[in-house]
Design a protein around this ligand. Structure first.
Ligand code: SAM
Length: 394
């Protein structure tokens, strides 16, 4: 058996070089995610439909997992190559330093997707790549990975994609979808997904310096995301990531990174953040979620009816995710609600910045915001629109 110095290989193949990565986003959120990646110091940032390509050292990609609010997952591109023949795939798969990234003896889930590729037979491709990883680990005395049981969420995930004459072999860094921040105990009636909530806030230009109100906060997603942004707390602080299982993972450096983020965070939001809901149980749920998320400090959560309550003092940003779908009964009722919301905003919140999550395009006109700007993203079989604008003067 060849003598190997795994630590040296880890340095050489994982930590020293720059790698290519792909951050998956909901279609529509790519520019926001690209902005987040630029702020993290990623290089060669190239959005494409469904995500953002970038180049970085592994350390920056780890920070991306921890900090990205609008992404769903980060893939490490182990290989990106031209492919004509089987031999191309074999050669590339054999040259991956698997021992640095694949956990010996652990379940490995290999997914293959092809569109117009020279390569055919997804099962055979998965077998060839899995075999290359197994051989490399066995050669140096480590246990080969085992095929994952269907539905095993803890398995390492490897993805092979082929299209035209190119193929990629990528390893999932994230594990569970990144919108799962780790704090949500219960969803409430219709919780907004966290990446969409963060996207609405960023789309509205929220940076924590202006006061913020969500008058229909439900389980609190928007105010919790806002509080994390305002305090500079990483969204992923309370969750686990797939890269923590990699042989190259450095636990002490990872813990230091998280500790440093917490130490540098603000103890409370610099401007008020208020969540309200007419349903007292929703407010209790939001309070519990905010505590679990570690952002309860400085949040105001209260039971209030939007059409009756006065706005908090001053001006700022009002964001909301009003009821939608079947809950509203008929199309007419949905239109009435949008019109009434627009009127109440104009009456009580003139000049406020405003962000609304909506599911019917006609709401944009009915709400009547000035300078409307839209992002449309698919979400759970619906098309969700993130609307940002300014409340008109009545
Ligand atoms: C779609 S849910 C909001 C979900 C929330 N964004 C979350 O992530 O959990 C709509 C919320 O609006 C609240 N709501 C409906 N009409 C309201 C009103 N007139 N005043 C205040 N809250 C209202 C409901 O109680 C419900 O919690």
């Amino acid at each position: 058996m060849p003598e190997i110095n795994l630590e040296r290989r880890i340095k050489r193949h994982a930590w020293a070089p720059e790698h290519r990565f792909f951050a998956v986003t909901a279609p529509g959120l790519e520019p926001l995610c690209a902005g987040e990646l630029a702020a993290l110091g990623a290089l060669d940032i190239q959005p494409e439909p469904g995500g953002v390509n970038f180049v970085a050292k592994l350390e920056t990609a780890i920070k991306a997992n921890l900090w990205l609010a609008t992404a769903g997952r980060v893939w490490l591109r182990l290989k990106d190559f031209r492919v004509r023949l089987w031999e191309d795939l074999l050669r590339q798969a054999d040259s991956v330093p698997w021992e640095v990234f694949i956990t010996p003896g652990a379940p490995l889930n290999i997914q293959v997707s092809l569109s117009g590729s020279n390569l055919k037979h997804t099962g055979r491709i998965a077998e060839v790549v899995g075999q290359a990883a197994a051989n490399r680990l066995r050669e140096i005395g480590l246990a080969a990975p085992v095929p994952a049981e269907p539905g095993d969420e803890t398995a390492q995930r490897l993805q092979i994609r082929g299209s035209d004459r190119r193929a990629t072999i990528s390893l999932d860094m994230s594990g569970a979808h990144l919108h799962k921040r780790g704090w949500r105990a219960q969803g409430g009636a219709a919780p907004l997904r966290e990446d969409l909530a963060a996207a609405l806030l960023l789309h509205c230009g929220y940076d924590g310096s202006m006061s913020l109100l969500d008058p229909m906060c439900g389980s609190g997603t928007l105010v919790i995301e806002a509080a994390a942004m305002a305090r500079h707390l990483p969204p992923g602080l309370g969750r686990a990531f797939a890269f923590e299982q990699w042989p190259c993972h450095r636990e002490a450096a990872w813990n230091y990174l998280k500790r440093q983020a917490v130490e540098q965070a603000l103890p409370a939001p610099p401007a008020p953040i208020t969540g309200r809901d007419s349903n007292g149980e929703a407010v209790d749920l939001a309070r519990g979620n905010a505590e679990l998320a570690g952002v309860g400090q400085g949040l105001v959560l209260e039971t209030a009816e939007f059409f009756a309550a006065e706005p908090p003092a001053g001006s700022g940003l009002v964001v909301m995710n009003p009821p939608y779908g079947k809950r509203l009964g008929s199309v007419r009722q949905a239109q009435d609600l949008a019109r009434r919301l627009g009127e109440r905003l104009a009456q009580a919140y003139p000049g406020w910045r405003c962000g609304v999550v909506l599911y019917l395009q006609e709401w944009v006109e009915l709400l009547g915001l000035e300078n409307p700007s839209l992002i449309t993203a698919p979400f759970g079989g619906l098309h969700v629109t993130l609307l940002s604008g300014t409340v008109r003067q009545k």
